[in-house]
Design a protein around this ligand. Structure first.
Ligand code: ATP
Ligand code: NCN
Length: 274
């Protein structure tokens, strides 16, 4: 198939990134390989979107630090970037809205590119017509796709009562698409099979098997740091230096939001975030 027929994909990963680990970066690489192996897609960009402080997850440190660490990690890649839009919203933003926001940005940048292209194209066409006479010209580019990238634990969290809105799940998997990386202890195929809505949109869900099973998690990293144990090689070196320099992750930081209801659950309980 000619390269021009490939759909361009932008991958968006939402999460706490508290802190970002090498596994978060690896997720992007795994997803890109998997999608490009199908012969239908070319992955052009990865976006890391750290959740804002208003998410109120226990142990979630300030977003400025999480953004900075994510940027240091993304510096090790030439295609993964960090976007602060979600992080900087004063209220917690549902993931479906974050996906929508980035899709709109993608559309706007494409339209911009199309406008620039059509000016260039019109000029080129006038020059070519002068030389060769008018003939049939090239076709328009196809649209790009934005897909949400997550680990299997997030997919399975779709069934946690009162956590996700059903219509948001439908929008994410039905309209945009999902790339899900296997994680030990989770079985995404079984989970998709058991969910009517995920089964309905199963063609939009790309399950990527991580054969190098590992238990790297931000929780593990924070725990090791609290205990003074080494986390070298679990995170990019620059992130580790940043953590040491700012003395992040200790017993006190782990108690942040300890007695606060997680933002997505507040809409059901009516609890306040303070
Ligand atoms: N080892 C892993 N395998 C697969 N996916 C992962 C792994 N670690 C993180 N992810 C995924 O990365 C995204 C962002 O995750 P998040 O920031 O919550 O990291 P985490 O390690 O799961 O954090 P925590 O331990 O604090 O819950 C989520 O979609 C999560 O499923
Ligand atoms: O949109 C929702 O309803 C929703 C409900 C629960 C969690 N999320 C998002 O899922 C991500 C979970 O991150 P974490 O660190 O809690 O695993 C984070 O980006 C949240 O904003 C989103």
């Amino acid at each position: 198939m000619a390269a021009t027929n490939l759909t361009e994909v932008v991958l968006l990963a939402c999460g706490s990134f508290n802190p970002i680990t090498n596994m978060h970066l690896r997720m992007f690489e795994l997803a890109r390989d998997h999608l490009e192996d199908t012969g239908h897609y070319t992955v052009v960009k990865g976006i890391i979107s750290p959740v804002g402080d208003a998410y109120k997850k226990k142990g979630l440190i300030e977003v400025d630090h999480r953004l900075e660490m994510a940027s240091l990690a993304a510096d090790t890649s030439d295609w993964i970037t960090v976007d602060p839009w979600e992080s900087l919203q004063p209220e917690w933003v549902e993931t479906a809205k974050v996906v929508r926001h980035h899709y709109e940005e993608l559309l706007a940048s494409e339209q911009n590119k199309d406008a620039v292209d059509s000016v260039k194209y019109a000029k080129k066409r006038r020059i070519e017509d002068d030389y060769f006479g008018s003939a049939s010209h090239t076709k328009r580019r196809g649209g790009s796709q934005l897909m949400l990238l997550c680990g299997a634990d997030v997919l399975e969290s779709f069934s946690v009562p009162n956590l996700w809105k059903q219509e948001d799940i439908v929008e994410i998997v039905g309209r945009y698409g999902l790339v899900c990386i296997t994680r030990s202890g989770n079985d995404p195929h079984k989970f998709i099979h058991q969910s009517d809505v995920l089964w309905k949109y199963r063609k939009n869900i790309h399950v990527v098997h991580e054969w190098v099973t590992n238990e790297i998690s931000a929780t593990h990293v924070r725990r090791a740091l609290r205990r003074g144990q080494s986390v070298r090689y679990l995170l990019p070196d620059a992130v580790l230096c940043y953590i040491k320099e700012h003395n992040l992750y200790n017993a006190e930081s782990e108690q942040k939001n300890a007695d606060v209801v997680l933002a997505p659950l507040q809409k059901f309980t009516g609890a306040s975030s303070s």
